[in-house]
Design a protein around this ligand. Sequence first.
Ligand code: NAD
Length: 243
Amino acid sequence: MTDFEGLVAVVTGGASGIGLATATLLSSRGATAVALDLHPDVPDPLVGIRADVSDDASVQAAVDEVVQRFGRLDVVVNNAGIGAQGDISANSDEEWLKVLNVNVLGITRVSRAALPHLRRSPAAAIVNTGSIAAWAGLPQRALYSATKGAVHALTLAMAADHVREGIRVNAVAPGTADTPWVGRLLDSAPDPAAERAALNARQPHGRLVSADEVAGAIAYLASPLSGSTAGTVLAVDGGMHGL
Ligand code: NAD
């Protein structure tokens, strides 16, 4: 693993789950790691800045603050996301637009604000968090899956647009990962322990993906170790997508 000494990284949704694990890993490898989050309480030495990726002014102000405080921006991890349950009839148009606004436009907003700074970095990388939901045809996840399919497609398009200016764009596609998000879903089941055991058993490798494993893939795609990789969506799912 290469190090991120002297680099500045922002991680949206960086105060919980995969985002927190990613910010922690990048920080441990030398980056100044900034969590942009609705609830930006993060442990030292991480930096938390409040930002709502569904609001353009909030995103611009947060990116401006990062560059003002730390002088540069090298790595953007577009990880903030929200879920939705049900088939296509379950959610109103307003709900569709709300989730699209966070999961897809959140990426374009943060990336757009970051681009002028990334163009000045010798180590510029954007990593988006997609999902196995884009590939697996999960039941009762129509809206969420559609947004993550858009994230994967957007990743390829962004890579094509920006690789020639030295900005690599890639994505990870986690399987079911052991984060507070999934913990909340399990806790709402009648028997959370039994539900967790069943969920573990459904994974090809017999357990949930860890947030640290997704963070490792993100850090790889953000680092020069993947210097010739652009427009890739890296599965971190125990092989689930191949089944
Ligand atoms: P999490 O709920 O633990 O963390 C998400 C973080 O995003 C929270 O800190 C939350 O405050 C923040 N956030 C939400 N909306 C925001 C907004 N509008 N602006 C800024 N921050 C916002 O979730 P997680 O499980 O770590 O998921 C992180 C990403 O990974 C999401 O994009 C999710 O879709 C994706 N993912 C998760 C799993 C899984 O099984 N956990 C699987 C595949 C993909």
